[in-house]
Design a binder for this molecule. Structure first.
Ligand SMILES: Cc1cc2nc3c(=O)[nH]c(=O)nc-3n(C[C@H](O)[C@H](O)[C@H](O)COP(=O)(O)O)c2cc1C
Length: 183
């Protein structure tokens, strides 16, 4: 038996994506928000996209600063990840609220990198598309880094690190140890 799924919930059939923290800043304001709707787009040049609701404070800052950083949290940060996805920068300083540390990025000049993250992708905005109630921010990757302990031979070593995945609402799961496919 198949059950019908409401159209507005159809994304949950597709997106059990890895949860990231998008950080950004403009003038004296900085912010960090939780994002599960992100997407690799191109290898050369390296480009990615994040979909953020138009009403989000992060959307306002990214539109003005034209840059953002995608930070990768591990399972130990789940509590802070949920906080960053519940509070809005319109009302709260999420760095103060969560204790996450904004640090200087390698290449960008405005957005802070999250020190506690296990990796980060610094992006310069190349385009913005309006899709319903969201903006799709397209970014060219300017710089990327990851903890050498858990990103080995260009892949996440999920025997050593638990990445966070989101099913929707309050439901999450962690990555499991990888297995290498051999014929
Ligand atoms: C696990 C999780 C994933 C989320 N993913 C997204 C997302 O992909 N896009 C989005 O617009 N909001 C997403 N949100 C909601 C925002 O993070 C949330 O509304 C946040 O308060 C917006 O903050 P801001 O106004 O400071 O930007 C997510 C929240 C959680 C908890």
């Amino acid at each position: 038996m198949k059950i019908s799924v409401a159209k507005e919930k159809a994304t949950r059939l597709l997106n059990c994506g890895m949860v990231v923290l998008v950080s950004c800043a403009y003038k004296d304001k900085q912010n960090v928000t939780t994002c599960a709707w992100h997407q690799p787009l191109s290898k050369a040049p390296a480009a990615v996209a994040v979909a953020l609701a138009k009403k989000h404070f992060s959307s306002e800052l990214i539109r003005k600063s034209e840059e953002f950083i995608i930070n990768i949290p591990d399972w130990f940060l789940l509590d802070k990840v949920v906080q960053c996805g519940s509070l809005s920068g319109w009302d709260a300083d999420k760095f103060k609220a969560t204790g996450l540390t904004p640090a200087k990025p390698k290449k960008l000049i405005k957005s802070p990198v999250i020190k506690e993250g296990i990796g980060s992708v610094e992006c310069s905005l190349i385009d913005l598309k309006e899709v319903g109630d969201h903006f799709l921010f397209l970014g060219e990757v300017i710089y990327a880094e990851a903890d050498s302990d858990c990103f080995v031979n260009d892949i996440w070593d999920t025997t050593k690190v638990d990445l966070i995945f989101h099913l929707g609402a309050k439901f999450f799961f962690k990555s499991s140890p990888y297995s290498e496919f051999k014929r």
